[in-house]
Design a protein. Structure first.
Length: 286
């Protein structure tokens, strides 16, 4: 494998998907939403390389890059992980920051050659504020025709492959960050939680259903320009890690000072933490 961006592009194995990715690469902002284990990291990875090959200057927003800054900040140290779960205050503070950060980014990089690609899980209130209408500086950007929210939706076959690959990579990773990915049983638990949001018999486990999955995310994103991108083909990713980039995108991440400021704002807005916990638990009600 060479070090060039073209060697990292595997999306061409699915002609229809490749065309969708090339079209997305022409946008100003693209946010890929979805549960872990649905291929959104791979879609982000491919979009970054395709857009870079087309001459775009790439900026990357990722929950797992922004979150640790909040947790490590002086204010954030008051809200540590509990059983591996990010504290509600951190999640809400990151959501407040990201809208402000988008507006600042757009003002700093007005040249249309710049593209912002975001990985936005939404589940559990992880950047879900991007889906919610607001009267701030970011709203016009988020509703612009040049902004797209993409729901990566794997078929049942692709979803099963992604789960199996996740299990293999946990023991034999191609990149160190793969050891930190949620294991298959967590992926299945998250799906069951999402299925419960969609309705039905909450006590009976439900097999993964792409239509149900996409429907919940479409409901969350009803105020945004949304595209459903189906992942129907198992791509040749045996030697590819979604964390291995041939290009170097600029990371959009908070400073420790910004983290402290937005944590303080959450503390001011929610003197009763139970109110915040309740809102976080209903993250899909965007």
């Amino acid at each position: 494998m060479t070090d060039g961006w073209a060697s990292r592009v595997v999306v061409n194995a699915d002609r229809a998907l490749a065309e969708r990715v090339r079209a997305l690469a022409e946008r100003r902002m693209v946010f890929v939403a979805g549960l872990p284990g649905t291929g959104k990291s791979l879609l982000v990875h491919q979009l970054v390389h395709v857009a870079s090959g087309a001459g775009r200057r790439i900026h990357l927003l990722q929950w797992d890059v922004a979150r640790p800054v909040f947790e490590a900040s002086p204010a954030g140290q008051r809200y540590p992980l509990v059983d591996g779960v990010t504290h509600a205050v951190i999640r809400r503070a990151a959501g407040l920051w990201v809208r402000d950060a988008l507006a600042d980014w757009s003002e700093r990089y007005p040249d249309p050659r710049h593209l912002l690609v975001g990985e936005t899980p939404f589940v559990g209130n992880r950047f879900v504020e991007l889906a919610r209408p607001s009267g701030d500086r970011a709203e016009a950007l988020l509703t612009s025709p040049s902004c797209r929210f993409v729901i990566a939706t794997p078929s049942r076959e692709v979803r099963s492959f992604l789960e199996a690959q996740r299990a293999r990579r946990a023991h034999d990773p191609l990149h160190p960050r793969e050891r930190e990915d949620a294991p298959p049983h967590v992926l299945r638990d998250l799906w069951q939680s999402l299925a419960a949001v969609a309705g039905g018999d909450a006590g009976a486990p439900r097999p993964y259903d792409p239509a149900v999955y996409a429907g919940v995310y479409q409901r969350v994103l009803r105020h945004r320009n949304t595209e459903l991108v189906g992942l129907e083909v198992i791509l040749p990713t045996e030697r590819l890690s979604v964390y291995d980039f041939a290009v170097t995108p600029r990371e959009l991440a908070p400073t420790a000072t910004e983290a402290d400021r937005f944590i303080g704002e959450v503390e001011r807005r929610y003197p009763d933490p139970r109110v915040l916990d309740g809102e976080i638990a209903r993250w899909w009600q965007a």
